[in-house]
Design a protein around this ligand. Structure first.
Ligand code: DQA
Length: 149
């Protein structure tokens, strides 16, 4: 069975109460449960992790190699700053779909830059929590193309 890592970065543990007008009212637990359900309906499993620490996110990406076939990543604000996260993704050579709840391109200019996009298959943003399921679907479709059953 395909296994996908759903990895969330800083401040996303506060979803539900953090700026709900921007990020919605769903908690990370609710989003993670929806990811598990959706992946299951597609014959895949997801493992969900979150950290507020850049190094821990890098460790999780390294550990994904050999364990998961792809990564769905919302790196939070590290998206816009972290060359180290970008390098980690490039190093493990796992397909990654970048997710943001908000439409980062419609927000402050500093959010328009994503280092993750340089190494991601693609980016899904602006669709709220639904974006995670869209990302899982896109990743599974990509893996199916690489390795048709
Ligand atoms: C975010 C967008 C980032 O700019 C922000 O720093 C976040 C959340 C999003 O999901 O919309 O923490 O990644």
């Amino acid at each position: 069975m395909r296994s996908i890592l759903v990895l969330n970065g800083p401040n996303l543990n506060l979803l539900g109460t953090r700026q709900p007008e921007v990020y919605g009212r769903e908690t990370l637990d609710m989003i993670n449960n929806d990811c598990v359900q959706y992946a299951g309906s597609q014959g895949a499993q997801v493992i969900c992790q979150q950290s507020n620490h850049e190094g821990a996110l890098i460790d999780a990406i390294h550990a994904a190699k050999g364990t998961h076939q792809g990564i769905v990543l919302n790196a939070g604000a590290y998206t816009h700053t972290s060359i180290a996260l970008m390098d980690a993704l490039a190093s493990v050579e796992l397909p990654c779909v970048e997710v943001h709840l908000s439409n980062i391109h419609a927000r402050e200019e500093f959010r328009h830059v994503s280092y993750i996009s340089r190494v991601a298959l693609g980016q899904i943003c602006g669709f709220g929590s639904r974006g995670y399921q869209m990302a899982i679907g896109a990743l599974i479709a990509h893996l199916d193309e690489l390795d048709p059953k």
